[in-house]
Design a protein around this ligand. Sequence first.
Ligand code: ADP
Ligand code: MG
Length: 455
Amino acid sequence: MLNALWQSVLGEIELSVSHGNFETWFKHTELLSYDDELVVIGVANIFAKRQFEVKFDKQIREILVRNGITTKRITYQVKTVKKRVISRETTSETDLTSARVDELMSTPTASQATKPSSSTLNPRYTFDSFIVGSSNDLAYTACQAAAVNPGTKYNPLFIYGGVGLGKTHLIQAVGNEIAKTHPKMKVMYLSSETFMKEFLEHIRFKKAGFSDKYRNVDVLIVDDMQFIAGKEKTQEEFFHTFNALHQANKQIIIGSDKPPRSIPTLTERLRSRLEWGMAIDIQMPDFETRCAIVKTKAAQSGVEISDETAEFLAQNIKTNVRELEGALNQLLAYAEMRGVTPDISIAEGLIGNIRHSRPQHVTPKQIIDKTARHFQIDSKEICGSKRDKHIVVPRQIAMYLLRSELHLSFPRIANELGRKDHTTAIHSVDKIEKSIKLDLLIREQVAEIREKLYA
Ligand code: ADP
Ligand code: MG
């Protein structure tokens, strides 16, 4: 009954608003209840709620009257909707709050990226909301295994990778999952900086209970381990905490922007402890995964964006997922404020600004030069024909990066390296694609060059 009535209202609205507006704002609405005092209309998200209050209220009121409903007040209520998440065939609840809007309006900044995390788990960081691709599937699988059987396999589990690639998301997902499936277990999440601060207070003010606090948990998740570099006393304390937990078969999970061996001034014995279990890196997701992330995040905000727009963002933002998410949020907020559909033309305008503020268009020459410099050889050698191993691998990596970063055709890649035949380019790209999956060293080298390219 409610539904039939609302369909008839929608029919009229469809005639009076643009197609884009109808698709974006009205399609997912619902009449939840009505009487002569109050009509409640369910809308998809907080953006839609605002649109309705500001833009469409009068129109809806008139159409309702024509359909026999007169009421004093109309409210728009954000529905809690079930949505499919692309990464896995499960559903997750999404409820947009005004806090979320504030979050959407703000763009992540570098300072936020390195801000020490608080000691609470963010409920948004779940396995469900994490999109899996070849850049992060190993880390994802290991984290899931740790969540299913904490303290058995992969202990400690060490997840490392560049800024904004999802480390915090993943290691918190373990915590959230365990809290859900093993409610009796005590999960603790904190950054190594918090650990250090509390430790120093413990020493300075003789605060009691420090050791117990961390040694009585079932799962200890420590983020941003790189901060512990050079802090010898803190490392020592952490070493003892580590031993106590490990001996009791408690799960330890660590996030860091570098692998243990590359954290400077890590005491040898702590380093060896951290290397006991499993160390896995996360890389920047490939183009397809980036598209999926954009589409999923938009859908989670209750907005559908075209493939074209998602691809445009994925194509242009290759630094990290946090920036990709930031650009999407800017797009959604911008479109929302102006009451337009977030499409590719708006995205182009916004990305233009981003590009403007950080000029970093990568050229084929830069890829070749940076690769050469990374391996301490000459760019001419990469473009030359010598077949020594110390040149062949960098050459293959350069070809791979020309493909992955600039999406150049194989003949173009061959051309950039001064070759006529492009079969070598095909083989090289293929070889590095495979090696990246199997060979940690190659993976890291590619990641490091990529980082330098966009630094
Ligand atoms: P890091 O700790 O590596 O710096 P974060 O875990 O804070 O990065 O991730 C930055 C943002 O990107 C977060 O909002 C996170 O949800 C998002 N993110 C990163 N990777 C993914 C992914 N694979 N799927 C979905 N969201 C992701
Ligand atoms: Mg982090």
